[in-house]
Design a protein around this ligand. Sequence first.
Ligand code: KG4
Ligand code: ZN
Length: 353
Amino acid sequence: MKSSGLILAVESSCDETGIAVVEGGHRMLANVVASQVAMHAASGGIVPEIAARAHLRWIVPVLDEAWAAAGVRWDDIDAVAVTEGPGLAGSLLVGINFAKTLAYVHGKPLVPVNHLEGHLYAAWLDDENRDVAEPIFPLVALIVSGGHTFLVEMRDHLQYRLLGETVDDAAGEAFDKVGRLLGLPYPGGPEIMKAAASATVHDVAFPRAWLGDTFDFSFSGLKTAARRTIAAETDGSGTSVGDSPLPADRVSELAYGFQESVVDVLVTKTLRAARRAGARSVVLGGGVAANRVLRERLADGARAAGFPLVVPRPALCTDNGAMIGAAGARRWVAGARAGLDLDARPSLPLARR
Ligand code: KG4
Ligand code: ZN
């Protein structure tokens, strides 16, 4: 990559305030994340207004900490990268205005980054604990987050062909909704993973939506199956956050059955897509990629099929600034620049079919 490409990156699209300093698209000099998860746990989900205010509150302390950790000077910084979308409008605007101000005051170019591209490029961040240093083209990537679930083929940097996406809920959304039905705290993903770890069998007919030979996904049927099962086994009085309607053993079984169904479909479709594309590696990213069972199952399947799986460590799968720095460096080299009129793009897609 041209020059050192020292990027200061800002991420604020959802409920994490992240600022990082990334060199050459892969080396993290600093990566600081302030998470609002505990704040939103009480309401059982994200309240956009509260999320935006928390970004405002935290963005300066997060910058201060990242800056101190990175030990660089503004003279060394090549560009300021920022998430322009997709995400919550109010949350995005906090990061965008902050990044604009930094770019203007320090006379640096402003580089707009797609949040989903960030999740993909987290796979290029340094990690000595894996088989291959970085993904090899052509590759197939599965991105599974709270708002998005899709499979994409890449034959080179910054080039995407959408193979399939969810037709209803995102995988993370399904985890969060079923978690809530089971009375687990928000966000449901990590809680379901924990609860599922103590079960090995289940007796519920959780559907697997194959949608024919396509690479599309559907997870809304799982919610219905969970709701029906819970209603049949309780008096139907419903639950409040953190208050389960079922005994802990039963919650574990249902969590296990649900997770098996999601993982089975994600792994099967990803491996099929990789074989069809003649992929030389598979990339996994997004918050749900922090799920241990998904990581292990996809790694085993990919190894058996002869291509390595590249998946960032869990803290780099969930939202963070470093992933925006990794994608931002590529965009900066490619000449992407934004003016001070950069606006939030809440529904920005990564690619079209
Ligand atoms: O990528 P991310 O941090 O934010 C978005 O861009 O959406 O993803 C958040 C999602 C949430 O739905 C959360 O429940 C899920 O990732 N998640 C998990 C795990 N950790 C986070 N899902 C399953 N297993 C996990 N361990
Ligand atoms: Zn994300």
